[in-house]
Design a protein around this ligand. Structure first.
Ligand code: GTP
Ligand code: MG
Length: 197
């Protein structure tokens, strides 16, 4: 699948104000600066569609994009940024928790993880949280271009080993680079497959 048209619809803090839940919805989340907005731009082929920034915490709201008039793509604010106040963190937690619980058309969550790192607790905690809630999700490793393939594979293997300590089954895993446009076809094929069902 190639995306023909993607347009920004709206930004919200409240699920009630999001677009009508009449189309399948795919949400992107992960630590601040992991590359969520960049990945959305790669998938849609529109460089400036989701706002990116080299400083973490750029995305603060639930941002809806309409793709080919048939599904929603959502850019969510990241977690795990140390400089965020306790109050803002709590606000994020409440907003995200409510979104995951109430958004009835939520079809799959893409959890982005920076492939440069060995397993990080905030990522493991977030995956456990989604798993325990029964939200369907996949894992996307980002920024493959930043290190050797061997290092990437070692980090992914370490994450998988950590997750196996808690979970019998691992979710689908994708490897990407927004910089080098790696992983686009695989992710779009996955979304297409679900949409066709
Ligand atoms: P927040 O909205 O702040 O949570 O960040 P985000 O997860 O949306 O990250 P964003 O897409 O804004 O990217 C953060 C920084 O990482 C930017 O400087 C991007 O250019 C850079 N970046 C994102 N993806 C890649 C990638 O695949 N490779 C490289 N080299 N840099 C990337
Ligand atoms: Mg962002």
């Amino acid at each position: 699948m190639e995306i023909k048209e993607a347009k920004f619809l709206m930004s919200n803090t409240k699920v009630e104000l999001c677009p009508a839940p009449d189309k399948p919805e795919y949400a992107f989340i992960g630590r601040s600066n992991v590359g969520k907005s960049s990945l959305i731009n790669m998938l849609t082929g529109q460089k400036g569609l989701a706002k990116t920034s080299s400083s973490p915490g750029k995305t603060q709201l639930i941002n809806h994009f309409l793709v080919d008039n048939s599904w929603y793509l959502v850019d969510l604010p990241g977690y795990g940024y140390a400089k965020v106040s306790k109050e803002s963190r709590e606000k994020w937690r409440r907003m995200i928790n409510y979104y995951f619980q109430k958004r009835e058309n939520l079809t799959c969550v893409f959890v982005l993880i920076d492939s440069r790192h060995e397993p990080l607790q905030p990522d493991l905690d977030f995956i456990d949280y989604l798993g325990n809630m029964g939200v369907p999700f996949v894992i996307v490793f980002t920024k493959l271009d930043k290190q050797s393939a061997a290092k990437t594979d070692a980090n992914i293997a370490a994450y998988e080993a950590k997750l196996r300590e808690t979970w019998d089954e691992l979710p689908p895993i994708f490897k990407t680079s927004a910089e080098k446009r790696i992983g686009k076809d695989e992710i779009l094929a996955y979304i297409d497959e679900i949409n066709e069902k």
